[in-house]
Structure formats: C-alpha cells, structure tokens
Ligand binder design. Structure first.
Ligand SMILES: *Cc1c(COP(=O)(O)O)cnc(C)c1O
Length: 488
C-alpha cells in the first residue's frame, strides 16, 4: 500500500460489520441485565494497573482492543445506570439514546452551523425546549455539554448585557465599578468556576441566606442588593435555583423575577434537573416562574434520562446570544447558497465552534416516546422520593433530615438522642460506604446543619418500588450493625 492510500477505514468491511454487531449485542445484553449486576464494584489491582502502560506505538487491532474494553472498562463504571444508583444527580441514559449517539457519531456532522439537516434537528429541539418551558416567541438557545457550561453561558450573557452595555454602545466602559451577582448559599459549585472564568472573581458572588426550607431568603436578597448599591457596587444578576443539589429546593421564582424587574437585573435560573419538572403537568406548579427568566440552564442528561452529555441554555431574547458570541471571521462567512448558507448559527450562539450532534438523541427520544412519557417518568421519580421519605418517617431507627419538595431525600440512621450528632455522623458515614462497597445501592452524602445525611436523588427511569424496599432494608441492617460495632 502506498502512503497516500492509508486510511483508518477497515480493510475488511465484513469483518468490521461482524465486530460492530457483536458490540451492539454486548451492550444490549449489558443494559438488559443491569438489575442483576452489582450497583458498584471496586476495581481489582490488575485492572487498576492495566491503565499504567505508555502510549502504544503499534496497534493490537480492533478485536483485541474491544476485548480490553470488555474486561477492563465495561465492568467498572461508577454505577450510574443501575436501578439502585441514587448518588449525586447522575443520569442513566436510554438504549435508544445510546444508538442515537452511535448514529450521530457515524454521521459525524460539524455542528457549528452550515446548510445541513442535523442543524435543523437542533433548531427544532431548541424550539421544543422553549415551548415546554413556556418561553415566549423570540426565545432561542443552544445545546451544550452540561449544566455547568449552560449556566456559565447564562452568566456570561448577564455580564455582557449588564456591565458591557455601555461598552457596546459607546466603545468605552463608562462606570468602571465593581459588580455583584446574587445566589443562595445552596447554589451549585458551577457559580464559583464561572465567576472566575468570566473575570468577575469570586468576590463578586453574594451568597444569600436560605430559610428552613433551603429556599433563598428574598428579604435578605433585597437587603444585599440595596447595601451594594449604597456602596457603589453594581448589581448585575440574580441566580435562582430550580432544584438544589442538596435537598431539591426551588427558590420562589416569581418573587425573584419581580425583584429583577424592579432592580433591572438579569434573572438567570439554574434548573439543572429541577426545570424538567415543567414536563410533568402535575409538577409544573413547583417551578412556576421559570418562564420569566432571562436565561435558564438545564441538563437533558440528568432528568431527561439521555446519555451524557447534553444540556440546554434557553434565553428569552434570542438576540443576546449572537450579540455576545457571533464572530465575523472571513473563513466562516455565510453564503446565500451552498454548504455555508445559513451561516454558523450555533457557533454564533456559544463558545464552541466544532460541536457534536447532541441534538439527535434528544430529538429521537422525544419523537419515539413523546413528552408525556418523560413527564410521567419524572413524576414517578418524585413519587418514589415521597415514598422513601414516608418510609423513613415511619421507621423508628431512621430520621428524615430535610423536607422533600421534589426528588431528593436526605436521611440518616439514628436510634435516639442519647448519642450526639458526632456519633451518628460516624455511623452514617460508615453505613454509606458499606452500602456502596457491598454493591447494594449507591446513595451519596451531604451535611445538613452539621448532620451527615445519606442523600438519595431520584433521576433514574430504571428504579422500581422494590429497589426502595432493598434500600430501606439495607440502611436499617447496616445501620444496626455499624451502631453495635461503634458502641461495642
Ligand atoms: C448537576 C448540576 C449542575 C452541573 O451540571 P453538569 O451537567 O454536571 O455540568 C449545576 N447545577 C445543579 C443544580 C446540578 O444539579
């Protein structure tokens, strides 16, 4: 073979087809038997060290590398697909979503824009997202890699529309004053990263107190804004959360919207998972006010059950995206016919130029199952959380540690007040690790008012009522054993 004939396409397409079919069969088997697998298992030493080798100069071939995947990678995920994975807020994926990702990678379109059907697929999914969140005509958005990125874009818009308004119109920054952004103490960690990256600095973030229900204290917010104004600091943005990570609390969104209108501030909502409650007619009232935001960020790889990664930023006024992000490079110029007709519409709405075809899995899943099926699953998860909370409250040895307004339950094993919180914190810390290591279930943890909480988040379309039975039984059994050991 001469040098210019080299390619990474297979030499023998039939052999590749056979291997590809085996891959599909194996993954379908894997998904079909998840419930029989442990929720998590630690990696043996051999597997841990299999990743130490240097870059391979010579290849081992497709079959051999697939074998390495089957033995060293596939059996050792963190468990997020499993019906009894309740940790953090991690999605699980759908089998159709898996295949859609394969089709997307096979087609491999460059999603900056261009005159191509995949771009229309993304445009359509964004219109659907706007419709489902009750955003007005003129709204727009973009699909990105996750809630962190979507939130950061939202904050970038808030900054650009706020402090840079004078720069845009006059070319000079008029008031060179410090700025402030406001969000509750329960806001997710993306905010610190975004504030740093956007050059606002962490010092610009005001952490506003929450009430007993873990929702932002709107009086404290108003006072903080007034204090900053009096000190010559420019407030630019209020960030509300629909569904906090710790307890699933949703801020009083209509009240925040009103404060933002009164104070002329950008209203951004982090609805990473909580915004999806809007897809269920029964749950939609919980996130009322979402539609009043200037921008809202939410994941589709969490509570819409799609494979990683896909999230959405919606903005009420579509023009703000291109105002902030459109670039005018000659090599990206739009034409009125041909491949570049329509321009770089997505590159012009965000940070990424080359983008993956994330929209396909969203488009295919929504078309195949319908929004109603997703709304019903989201409701099922909330009912599962309520059921677990009820079981915890009814059990003498379990204690509920926070209200359950949505899909997150924080509880602990605790038999009484004769021992202090430090003791129960040790018991529950050990309980959690044993539950994970035995592969029964994977909750995560948090600390609420100094109490270590076992935290169960329901965003899994595979969880069944029987999984909650197993979880409760394991919490009580392990809790008793650990308490006995620590007392003895
Ligand atoms: C998960 C989460 C994020 C971050 O989203 P990623 O998709 O993980 O980047 C932000 N906010 C909240 C409330 C979350 O639950």
């Amino acid at each position: 073979m001469s040098a210019q004939d080299r390619t990474l396409d297979p030499q023998d397409w039939e052999a590749f087809r056979t291997l590809a079919r085996r891959m599909v069969d194996d993954m379908v088997d894997h998904l079909a038997t998840l419930a029989e697998q442990p929720a998590w298992q630690p990696m043996p030493e051999r597997v841990l060290h299999s990743f130490d080798a240097a870059a391979p100069q010579e290849g081992i071939g497709e079959e051999a590398v697939y074998q390495r995947f089957l033995e060293d990678v596939l059996p050792y995920p963190n468990g997020n697909l499993h019906p009894r994975f309740f940790g953090w807020v991690q999605g699980n994926g759908t089998p159709l979503g898996m295949m859609a990702d394969m089709l997307a990678a096979g087609m491999n379109p460059h999603m900056a824009g261009f005159n191509q059907a995949p771009v229309l697929v993304e445009e359509q999914t964004i219109r659907w997202m706007a419709e489902l969140m009750d955003f007005p005509p003129g709204a727009d958005g973009i699909l990105v890699g996750g809630g962190s990125s979507a939130n950061m874009l939202g904050l970038a818009l808030a900054r650009n529309e706020g402090i840079a308004a004078d720069v845009r119109t006059t070319g000079v920054r008029g008031a060179d004053r410090p700025v402030a952004i406001y969000a509750s103490t329960e806001t997710h960690g993306w905010i610190a990263k975004a504030a740093e990256l956007l050059g606002l600095g962490r010092a610009a973030c005001r952490a506003v107190a929450v009430g007993d229900d873990y929702r932002i204290d709107t009086d404290a917010l108003k006072q903080a804004i007034a204090r900053d104004r009096a000190d010559g600091i420019d407030p630019i943005c209020v960030i509300g959360t629909a569904g906090t990570v710790n307890t699933g609390a949703t801020d009083d969104l209509p009240a925040l919207a009103q404060i933002c209108r009164d104070e002329k501030l950008w209203f951004h909502i982090d609805g990473a998972f909580g915004a999806l409650a809007a897809w269920s007619p029964e749950l939609k009232p919980i996130v009322a006010g979402l539609e009043q935001a200037d921008s809202v960020a939410f994941d589709l790889h969490k509570w819409a059950y799609l494979p990683f990664t896909v999230a959405c930023l919606l903005v009420r006024d579509g023009g703000v995206l291109t105002r902030s992000f459109a670039s005018r490079a000659h090599y990206l110029a739009e034409t009125d016919r041909g491949v570049a007709a329509g321009g770089m519409r997505f590159a012009d709405r965000g940070v990424e130029l080359t983008r993956e075809f994330r929209a396909l899995k969203l488009w295919m899943n929504l078309k195949a199952y319908g929004v109603r099926a997703f709304g019903d699953l989201i409701l099922q998860n909330v009912e599962q959380a309520r059921s677990l909370a009820g079981r915890v409250e009814a059990h003498a040895e379990l204690e509920l540690l926070a209200p359950v307004p949505l899909n997150i339950v924080c509880f602990r094993y605790c038999t009484g007040a004769d021992r202090d919180d430090a003791f129960w914190n040790r018991v529950n810390g050990e309980l959690l690790l044993r539950m994970q290591e035995t592969g029964v279930a994977v909750p995560s943890s948090t600390v609420l008012d100094g109490r270590f909480a076992i935290r169960c988040c329901f965003v899994n379309h595979r969880t069944r009522a029987s999984d909650i039975d197993l979880l409760v039984a394991a919490a009580v059994d392990i809790g008793r054993a650990v308490t006995a050991e620590m007392e003895g």
